[in-house]
Design a protein around this ligand. Sequence first.
Ligand code: TXA
Ligand code: MG
Length: 351
Amino acid sequence: MRNTRVFFLVWGSSESLVQVIDLRIMMKCEITRDIQAAANLIQEGELVAFATETVYGLGANALNPEAVAQIFAVKQRPHFDPLIVHIYSTHQLAELTSEISSTAARLADVFWPGPLTLVLPKKKVVPDLVTSGLDSVAIRIPAHPVARKLLESTQLPIAAPSANKFGRLSPTCANDVAEQLGDEIKLILDGGPCTVGVESTVIQCVGDLPVLLRPGGISLEEIQDCVGEVRLAEIEDYAESNSPVSPGMLPKHYAPSTRLMIVDHPDQLPETGAIGVLSLFPLEVTEFRDCHFSAQQILSPTGDLKIAAANFFAALRKLDASGIDQIVALRLPEKGLGRTINNRLERAAAS
Ligand code: TXA
Ligand code: MG
């Protein structure tokens, strides 16, 4: 248990005008590697934040609507926004889904366990709250050993969105979770920093053609190499329809508190104000006017897009905490995980 000291000044009797009372407030949250403690809480209908290879998740028993309702409450997440259900093995698919197309089966075979989520026709056993009333359910088999042990120990499907307040930056280590949700949950199952660092790729496999709903930890190129043609969902598909939104597609998401703008070239960096720059490579500052950065985060000095993805949310967090007026991000190459990072940047920049 972590605790925090809070001091209250109280007007007292005539002898002691002011008394100082030291109240030790026990914060609810424990950061631990104890899988069994986490599994017990999930089985009791409580929430647990846990490590996955993409980002930390805020998990509950997916078959228990009251437990799932707490996820929405703690995240302040709108109910139109469906959750991903995490499972240990493909053997659990038959319980939750009514149909697995040959495309879905191929994707599952190649990319599970891993950062891929498949949206599949659902069975009635999956509560409407999990799927926001849709007749499909999003399923993922994570690769992180801590997530896998938790799923194995509970023997339950675990519904889990990223363990952050709705719309804010996703957590990639246990402390990130504690900062946003530490007062509201009992336990964070620590598995170290996330190695993929961006959320899973979400592919809808309900019709003939797979649809990329959210770019993520598996690149579009890898998906295309596996199954051929993939339709790319457009933001307009969601924004202009009355159907529940896939919120990875919401224009504003993954937002730091500091204003963020994206530029295509260092020439476009603003000339005034305290700016923090986010870029893939180190910038040759002298080449670009006499611009003085107050802060700078480099995602991968060698330009490796997977390393860039692993560093992305932590880098944004550091810039956000550095007291600057504005974060300026240089757009990454629109390929591989560069496409995923650009997608997150665009949503972080939307106002
Ligand atoms: O890597 C990840 O995917 C992480 C870890 C914890 O697994 N989870 C995560 O969950 O990013 P969340 O809730 O932040 O994002 C879930 C995405 C949303 O874009 C949601 O709209 C979409 O999946 N989704 C879930 N169920 C869906 C459904 N039935 N149809 C369409 N989209 C769905
Ligand atoms: Mg999220």
